[in-house]
Design a protein around this ligand. Structure first.
Ligand code: E4P
Length: 216
């Protein structure tokens, strides 16, 4: 399973990248706004900086919702760097645009996916990635990981090549579950990635070893 970090914060991206386990980055308009990135030029420069920091797929989301505008915006985003993946929302014009991008050699990440039906459409349109938002499903009282399992089953029996990019990760257990259920990628906040490191027995064991090492 590939590890992406879900942030537009450069310090966090560097920290995750320095661990040596990072395969890419996802951003969205909320994450960009949180970093205070405003205006087309600043946005594009920020994507370029991320692409130069991390050698992997970098999702950059379109802000348009009509077919023609999504195409125009997506082409400009794809021109920023060869590693840019154009992130397109799961709406009718978005599906049409994903198909157009696929036919024209531009890779896409279909975002805001909350059902297996939406995931089928994304795969049919040729998206490189489909992003089910499991944390937001959990927040609404359902089980987000069940959707990962359902999509993984459908893609496997149908031979769809679209990669399942589990998104809206809230904790380390989500990451473990996604790995277990066959997600191809997990995009995670830094805290959830670092949470995988933690175990009290590791800390207790290490202090004992360091203590005993003084007697060696
Ligand atoms: C996915 O690409 C999105 O950026 C993200 O995972 C959304 O997560 P949230 O529900 O924590 O906003």
């Amino acid at each position: 399973m590939k590890f992406f970090i879900d942030t537009a914060n450069l310090a966090q991206i560097k920290e995750a990248n320095d661990l040596g386990i990072l395969d890419g980055v996802t951003t969205n308009p909320s994450l960009m706004a949180k970093e205070g990135i405003k205006g087309t030029e600043a946005i594009n420069n920020h994507y370029k900086t991320i692409c130069e920091l991390v050698d992997g797929d970098i999702s950059a989301e379109v802000l348009s919702v009509t077919f023609e505008e999504i195409i125009a915006e997506g082409k400009k985003l794809a021109d920023i760097h060869p590693n840019i993946i154009v992130k397109v929302p799961m709406i009718k014009d978005g599906v049409k645009a994903i198909k157009w991008f696929t036919d024209n050699g531009i890779k896409t990440n279909c975002t805001l996916v909350f059902s297996a039906g939406q995931a089928i459409l994304a795969a049919k349109a040729g998206a490189k990635y489909v992003s089910p938002f499991i944390g937001r499903i959990d927040d609404s009282g359902w089980d987000g990981t069940e959707l990962i399992s359902q999509i993984a089953h459908i893609y496997s029996i149908q031979g769809f090549e679209t990669e399942i990019l589990a998104a809206s990760i809230r904790n380390p257990n989500h990451i473990i579950k996604c790995a277990e259920l066959g997600a191809d990628v997990c995009t995670c906040p830094l805290d959830s990635i670092l949470g995988l490191l933690k175990h009290p027995l590791t800390d207790i064991g290490l202090s004992k070893f360091l203590e005993d090492a003084k007697k060696m």
